[in-house]
Design a binder for this molecule. Structure first.
Ligand SMILES: Nc1ncnc2c1ncn2[C@@H]1O[C@H](COP(=O)(O)OP(=O)(O)O)[C@@H](O)[C@H]1O
Ligand SMILES: [Mg+2]
Length: 241
């Protein structure tokens, strides 16, 4: 018997404003695995993430979270079933405190389970603990990204979606983000990662998909994609780099 995947997407189609943005996208994230989705600006990566988390509606195709169909369900129910997203552009609530942002991520979690999760998340982000009473908008870009990921972890997800978590951050912070991804994975959470930093993404991921024009153009184990001339030329600055 083969294990049920954390996420199984089959032939997903999304249309918006009369345009087909995603065309028959199929992908799998195994339980506890890290899978990356790569591709140039505008190919549909964020649309894919938003459709998985219930913000956009699929025109056709299926989405299964741990074997259960979730397409068409409202976002809060999808979060409750174990899928959380740290969206592109971070999108923390700037006028709310760090604590309030984290509480919002907890969704339906309450009581002892909430307290335990809150402690777990703050253990991962000691810096956020020091800033709990501070407005989220006063944090640096890197700190806001940590808060955004911390907020997603507050729902104890089985699958975490990360949309461009390292975008626009200093190299030192980028390294912290990738270390964090590895450590979240070590805790048993599966991750679907969209990244501009293709080199780092293919290092942390087990498997990758390359999107072009709303379709999956190429896929394979991360180690294989790193050596693929099409990936090297388009995303890794050519051979020898
Ligand atoms: N809400 C929307 N309505 C109409 N078109 C959209 C919307 N969001 C994104 N698009 C279009 O969908 C395509 C894919 O965008 P996006 O998913 O943001 O790509 P990526 O994340 O890969 O840069 C782009 O052509 C973009 O203009
Ligand atoms: Mg995007």
């Amino acid at each position: 018997m083969s294990a049920v995947a954390a996420l199984q997407v089959e032939r997903l189609v999304v249309r918006m404003g009369g345009q087909q943005i995603l065309s028959e996208v199929s992908l799998t994230v195994p339980e506890g695995g890290v899978v990356t989705v790569l591709g140039a600006n505008g190919v549909g990566k964020t649309t894919l993430m938003r459709t998985l988390s219930g913000i956009y509606r699929a025109s056709s195709g299926s989405i299964a979270l741990a074997g259960e169909a979730i397409a068409g369900q409202p976002s809060h129910r999808i979060v409750a079933k174990g899928l959380a997203q740290a969206p592109e552009g971070r999108q923390v609530f700037s006028n709310m405190t760090v604590r309030e942002n984290l509480v919002l991520g907890a969704g339906a979690l309450a009581g002892r389970e909430f307290e335990r999760t809150f402690d777990d998340v703050l253990l991962r982000f000691p810096l956020l603990r020091e800033r709990l009473a501070q407005q989220a908008g006063s944090l640096s870009g890197g700190e806001q990204q940590m808060l955004c990921i911390g907020r997603a972890l507050m729902s104890r997800p089985r699958l975490l979606l990360l949309d461009e978590p390292s975008l626009g951050l200093a190299p030192k912070i980028v390294k912290q983000i990738f270390d964090l991804i590895a450590s979240i994975r070590a805790g048993g959470t599966a991750i679907l990662l969209v990244e501009q930093n293709v080199r780092a993404a293919l290092k942390v991921a087990d498997y990758g998909y390359v999107m072009e024009g709303g379709r999956i153009a190429l896929e394979g184990p991360a180690a294989q994609l790193r050596e693929d001339p099409r990936v090297r030329d388009a995303y890794l600055g050519g051979a020898g780099h």
